[in-house]
Design a protein around this ligand. Structure first.
Ligand code: MTE
Length: 306
């Protein structure tokens, strides 16, 4: 099916030269900086027509300013502390309303799916944004392989619980493990991927290694990191930020410049690295993916059921 798509741009084609050079410098210094852990193996991935040709953020932007509360609440904490997380071996439990439930070794999953590079805009609910050359595969591919039973309506995700390696989990800042969820049609959408790499290499720990969700039309907190469990369920699952503060963080949390966060405007965003014009830029409906995803929400009042 993917063959019918026009091949999209690759990161090497769209990376501004300065960023590319910066990236090369970072890679050569990676061991010293333990930027991405020891495994910097090249990953081969096909380009995708679903990639944007927007200017990429540098590897440094993407890996040095992160949200990952398991390693602390500061933006620099994940880069400083996530390197200690053991990401191999890794097992993903797939359970609930599926034909083939089980504990799947990540390497077995990766042996079956076809990896693509997906260059996506990424918009955090805190109003910063970036453009990332993810490597991953469609969640729909995995779900088709395990067989979704007819009554399933939602997909629930859980992050690893390992307080000895994830010091943030020793605090009560969030209710652990971190949880997220999608409606089944959102999970099956071709834009929804499980990412295992970025910039042509294995996912850095601070970005959610070894496997994280990426849903580019939703605020970044929906894109859960270090996934160990995927459950097919018939009811809307509890999700971390929604449990903490439902009026501020809806279950859907689609990027929407017309619905402000109660404490700040969502009309514009700050691109990491300054962006093309160095300042703020307007936020786009569904983060620019309106043509592809608006139909999922036909008849849904996104100001109420956000
Ligand atoms: N997943 C887990 N397990 N823990 C987290 O704290 N933070 C979320 C999301 N996934 C988070 C998480 C938030 S708020 C954002 S904006 C993105 O991860 C940030 O992804 P990045 O660090 O790769 O930019």
């Amino acid at each position: 099916m993917r063959n019918q798509f026009r091949a999209g741009p690759t990161w090497a084609e769209v990376t501004p030269k300065a960023h590319f050079l910066n990236r090369r410098a970072l890679i050569s210094g990676a061991a010293a900086m333990s930027l991405a852990g020891p495994a910097l193996a090249k990953i081969s991935a096909r380009p995708s027509a679903l990639s944007t040709d927007a200017a990429l953020n540098s590897l440094e932007d993407i890996t040095s300013y992160n949200n990952y509360y398991e390693f602390g609440t500061g933006k620099e904490d994940p880069a400083a502390y996530a390197g200690a997380l053991t990401t191999s071996p890794w097992t993903v439990k797939i359970d609930g309303m599926v034909e083939k439930p089980g504990d799947y070794a990540l390497e077995d999953i990766l042996g079956k799916v076809s990896l693509e590079e997906r260059i996506y805009r990424f918009r955090c609910v805190e109003a910063w944004s970036m453009v990332v050359p993810w490597i991953g595969f469609q969640l729909s591919d995995l779900l088709a392989r395990v067989g979704v039973q007819p009554g399933a309506k939602y997909v629930a995700f859980e992050t690893l619980m390992r307080p000895e390696e994830m010091p943030g989990q020793q605090s009560g800042i969030l209710e652990w493990p971190y949880r997220e969820g999608l409606r089944l049609d959102e999970a099956m959408h071709p834009l929804t991927i499980l990412a295992t790499g970025l910039y042509g290499e294995a996912l850095p720990n601070q970005n959610g290694a070894p496997i994280r969700l990426v849903v580019p039309w939703k605020y970044g907190f929906k894109s859960i990191k270090a996934i160990v469990r995927i459950s097919l369920v018939d009811k809307q699952p509890p999700t971390t930020w929604n449990m903490i503060n439902a009026p501020e963080y809806g279950f859907y949390s689609n990027v929407n410049p017309n619905v402000d966060h109660p404490r700040w405007s969502q009309a514009s965003e700050r691109p990491l690295g300054g962006g093309l014009f160095g300042g703020r830029q307007p936020t786009m409906m569904f983060n620019g993916y309106e043509d592809q995803v608006a139909s999922l929400y036909a008849g849904q009042d996104l100001t109420v059921d956000f």
